[in-house]
Design a binder for this molecule. Structure first.
Ligand SMILES: [Zn+2]
Length: 401
């Protein structure tokens, strides 16, 4: 499966990719990065302009003499299809080549329906969505809530995805969509999307970030000096199933006992929130359950913010377990920034306060002196941007290999 740019000359694409990623935006910088002459660069730039891939973008500050012209990647030159597979929803979007959404749809769709039904439905919706838009579709990016084998691009024993183990997601979607498809683990994709919003190139290139998602499950994306760290097989950062001390009797979805997410994950909170509602321990949760017949993590968040004691207890238990695990990871990795995504960290300032206190108390002071611990603005927007970037990065990698 090839993209619309596969037929374009490799040197042109290398030049365009340097401009796209912000690593070089003037003739001088491009010549320095590629080792090519300025005349060659000028000719590559003209070809890229004719192909609609780049456009003039003003000038850089002068360093004596005439200010050099700068170029920008035309992110409006094509479209990307983004698929976010979640526990109970399927999030679909058509975006530009930088992940800015053009159209989005969210379906109530349990992941337990399995890969074939899920991917067939995703392809049908995306085909319908792209019909109304002009630019060509370049590629698709798929975010999956489980470990992805780096060698095969397939889910590897995902604990919450029955039927998805080793399923050929790429081989199923590519013929249906007619474009190259790239897959990734959700939190790694969210981190990729988040990092692209950092304000300047220098900070993106030197970023040491942990992106911790506390959703239904718990996972960490790791960025070291601007590069995603996936590990030897792709399992790096999958901390949801590390053992938490003193919780040996709690059974996890993975079949083991005492896992972090069995104590602190969204599904574990809902299990205990349900019990608190039924046993009458929390008037707030009982009222939510009576009204809607089910509970969400957002109900616990509103309970915490309204001062419901049982909700506060659940939140503190989750934050303490996550904080303990994070303190260890911070000492080990020494990030400059930790970003927390999910309804609890994004909606509940107390959750972040508990985590900050534990991390600053436990981790080495050298590791925490300049450490920022921040909530994500929107984990879902980060995922969308990340899907598009993963897809477009793969297209450039394939076309310039
Ligand atoms: Zn587990």
């Amino acid at each position: 499966m090839s993209s619309p740019i596969a037929a374009i000359d490799t040197d042109v694409l290398l030049t365009v990719n340097l401009i796209r990623t912000g690593r070089a935006i003037t003739r001088q910088q491009l010549a320095r990065m590629t080792g090519m002459s300025r005349n060659t660069i000028s000719s590559l730039i003209n070809t890229a302009i004719d192909a609609g891939l780049i456009a003039p973008d003003g000038s850089a500050p002068s360093t004596g003499g005439r200010a050099p012209a700068t170029w920008r990647f035309r992110q409006e030159a094509g479209l990307v299809l983004a698929v976010g597979v979640h526990t109970s929803t399927l999030r679909l979007a058509v975006t530009d080549l930088a992940g800015q959404p053009v159209e989005r749809r969210t379906l109530d769709w349990p992941i337990t329906r399995g890969p074939e039904a899920t991917l067939t439905r995703a392809a049908e919706e995306l085909q319908d969505m792209t019909r109304r838009h002009e630019p060509p579709v370049w590629a698709a990016g798929v975010s999956l809530p489980g470990p992805i084998n780096q060698e095969t691009g397939r889910p590897s024993s995902p604990p919450i995805m029955p039927g998805w183990d080793d399923f050929d997601v790429v081989g199923t979607l590519e013929p249906a969509l007619g474009v190259p498809v790239a897959t990734g683990n959700d939190v790694n994709i969210m981190l990729l999307g988040y990092a692209s919003t950092l304000p300047d190139q220098g900070r993106r290139e030197s970023a040491n970030i942990l992106y911790l998602q506390v959703g239904t499950g718990i996972g960490v994306g790791i960025m070291s000096n601007g590069h995603l760290h996936l590990g030897a097989a792709g399992a790096a950062g999958d901390i949801g199933h590390v053992q938490v001390s003193g919780t040996d009797s709690v059974i996890c979805r993975c079949g083991r006992t005492g896992c972090l997410e069995a104590v602190a994950g969204g599904w574990a909170l809902l299990r205990d929130a349900h019990r608190a509602a039924v046993e009458g321990l929390s008037p707030h949760l009982k009222e939510c359950l009576d009204r809607r017949g089910e509970l969400t993590v957002e109900d616990i968040v509103t309970g915490v913010n309204a001062g419901d004691t049982e909700c506060v207890t659940l939140m503190v238990r989750s934050a303490t377990a996550v904080g303990d695990a994070l303190a260890m990871v911070v000492s080990f990795f020494n990030p400059g920034r930790v970003v927390l995504a999910g309804p609890m960290p994004q909606g509940c300032p107390m959750f972040l306060d508990v985590i900050r206190r534990i991390v600053y108390e436990r981790a080495l002071s050298l590791a925490t002196t300049d450490l920022e611990i921040l909530p994500a603005d929107s984990g879902l927007d980060d995922e969308l941007r990340g899907c598009a970037l993963l897809a477009v990065n793969s297209v450039f990698t394939a076309a310039t290999a």
